[in-house]
Unconditional design. Structure first.
Length: 116
């Protein structure tokens, strides 16, 4: 298993547009090998003393933090999927997103412990 995780600042008024964006693209990821997608809309994201989710994405007052992750069978499947999607003109770097992608925080993770 391999995990892609992200924190995304989304204008609170664009919640449904963002949900629709994720729902629209999920079949493409699934068809390229992704196993699951979880998208969480922040409703209890407290400020921290040193750092927190809000500061990680430089959250504006009219925005909400989205915490999302996608699982893959392995890193190789994920890498092939992203390479194929980035080469696709409809999906690649020019794809319009309903959030400020420059403030998105993301990364790939090898599971250390999985329960349940």
């Amino acid at each position: 298993m391999y995990i892609d995780g992200s924190l995304i600042p989304v204008q609170s008024t664009r919640r449904e547009e963002y949900r629709a964006h994720e729902a629209h693209w999920w079949p493409s990821f699934r068809d390229l090998g992704a196993l699951s997608l979880v998208v969480g809309w922040g409703d209890d994201v407290p400020p921290g003393k040193v750092t927190d989710f809000r500061r990680a994405v430089d959250l504006a007052e009219d925005e909400t933090v989205v915490f999302a992750w996608m699982t893959w069978p392995d890193k190789e499947t994920r890498d092939r999927a992203y390479a194929k999607m980035m080469a696709d003109e409809e999906i690649g770097p020019g794809m319009e997103m309903p959030f400020d992608g420059k403030r998105m925080v993301y990364g790939g993770f090898t599971p250390l412990l999985v329960e349940g």
